[in-house]
Design a protein around this ligand. Structure first.
Ligand SMILES: [Zn+2]
Length: 86
């Protein structure tokens, strides 16, 4: 059975969209962007250029942007190291 992905903004079908599409339209993309912006803080820090290049390549290999990739890596790290009851 073919898995039909749904839009993160309106739960509409993404059947005829790109394989990596997360929203059905620019309107839903903006909606998600605004929600995520309200639930996040901007973090700024320095890292060596070579590390940033490796980070960019690792994110690209996972078909993610650097922000999404870094968020997932940090989230997984914190979950694995600081979760309650483990
Ligand atoms: Zn939508």
């Amino acid at each position: 059975m073919k898995k039909v992905l749904l839009c993160l903004g309106c739960n509409g079908s993404l059947e005829h969209k790109r394989i990596d599409a997360k929203t059905c339209s620019g309107k839903c993309r903006c909606k998600i962007w605004r929600v995520n912006k309200e639930k996040s803080v901007l973090v700024s820090f320095r890292m060596p250029i070579v590390l940033h290049t490796d980070l960019f390549l690792a994110a690209h290999a996972c078909n993610q942007g650097v922000n999404a990739y870094l968020n997932n890596v940090v989230s997984d790290h914190l979950t694995n190291n600081y979760s309650q009851g483990t």
